[in-house]
Design a protein around this ligand. Structure first.
Ligand code: NAP
Length: 259
């Protein structure tokens, strides 16, 4: 009886597909879900990186496989879903985490090719992978979809405006899918991390100006990938059974910080 609340966070018997899982935030999400009892399929473009990340999970007792897939390619998205169904027979949890930022600088200078690429990875892939998971398993069995947005979805930026626009659209995609699929037992939510120490954000957290800004935040430090583990487990598990269409901002208070 006293463990009932902890049991609601368990992912025992569940299967999760996590994109962008070879390192950084995605690897942490995959490890978290494996620790909570889920079988995990890790996807990213480079086979070697994704194999190593899956091995780190299996070596510590979890169940995982690696699937190389570029989420901006339709055939490779299909393959990731097919492999997941073949290995585990179900997809209860989909985490659209793969993200990119090829377009630093003001919108006046963003090229069409960079704009297309950033939308293809950060937004289009989340919709089309969600459609595939929906058709393969979730429409008949329910599930949880979690999108990795960003606190940038709520802010303008001189450095990453195109990226921020994709993340704002991802927050709205999250709400729209939640609205369409809720009655089928599919919950769709997102996380919006602040600045987290990963390869993707290196240019930001190594910048001395950014380091100064971080020190003035309500929680005055850089985020670590582990800071997101509680939120992503909550959103994937029955602990959040009545929550859908929401974006949890996990940013050390960046968004509520007054200037
Ligand atoms: N770090 C932050 O401060 C921060 C803040 C807010 C939001 N986010 C978001 O968090 C997510 C993860 O970012 P991260 O910081 O963990 O970055 P990261 O450490 O650079 O990891 C990115 C992951 O995505 C994979 N990936 C990149 N392009 C891909 C594609 N086209 N298809 C499949 N996989 C792809 C990479 O592996 P391969 O190279 O093998 O493909 C890698 O596994 C992104 O959506 C990012 O926008 C990050």
């Amino acid at each position: 009886m006293e463990n009932e609340i902890y049991n609601r966070f368990s992912l025992q018997g569940k299967v999760a597909l996590v994109t962008g899982a070879s390192r950084g935030i995605g690897e942490c999400i995959a490890q978290t879900y494996a620790q909570a009892g889920a079988k995990v399929i890790l996807a990213s473009r480079k086979q070697e990186g994704i194999d190593k990340a899956a091995a780190r999970i299996t070596e510590s007792g979890g169940e995982a496989i690696a699937v190389a897939a570029n989420v901006s390619n339709g055939d490779e998205r299909n393959r990731a879903i097919a492999k997941s169904m073949e290995w585990a027979g179900r997809i209860d949890i989909l985490v659209n985490n793969a993200g990119t930022n090829p377009a630093f600088g003001p919108l006046a200078d963003v090229s069409e090719s960079a704009w297309d690429k950033i939308f293809a990875v950060n937004l289009d892939a989340a919709l089309f992978l969600s459609q595939l998971a929906y058709k393969a398993w979730m429409k008949d069995n329910g599930g949880a979809i979690i999108n990795t947005a960003s606190v940038g979805a709520y802010q303008t930026s001189w450095f990453t405006p195109a990226y921020n626009i994709t993340k704002a659209a991802l927050v709205h995609l999250t709400a729209c899918l939640a609205n369409e699929w809720g009655h089928m037992g599919i919950r769709v939510n997102a996380i919006a991390p602040g600045l987290i120490r990963t390869d993707l954000s290196r240019a930001l957290w190594e910048n001395p100006e950014a380091a100064k800004r971080i020190k003035s935040l309500p929680i005055p430090r850089l985020g670590e990938v582990e800071d997101l583990a509680g939120a992503v487990l909550f959103l994937a598990s029955d602990a959040s059974a009545f929550l859908t269409g929401q974006t949890l901002v996990v940013d050390g208070g960046q968004l509520v910080h007054s200037l």
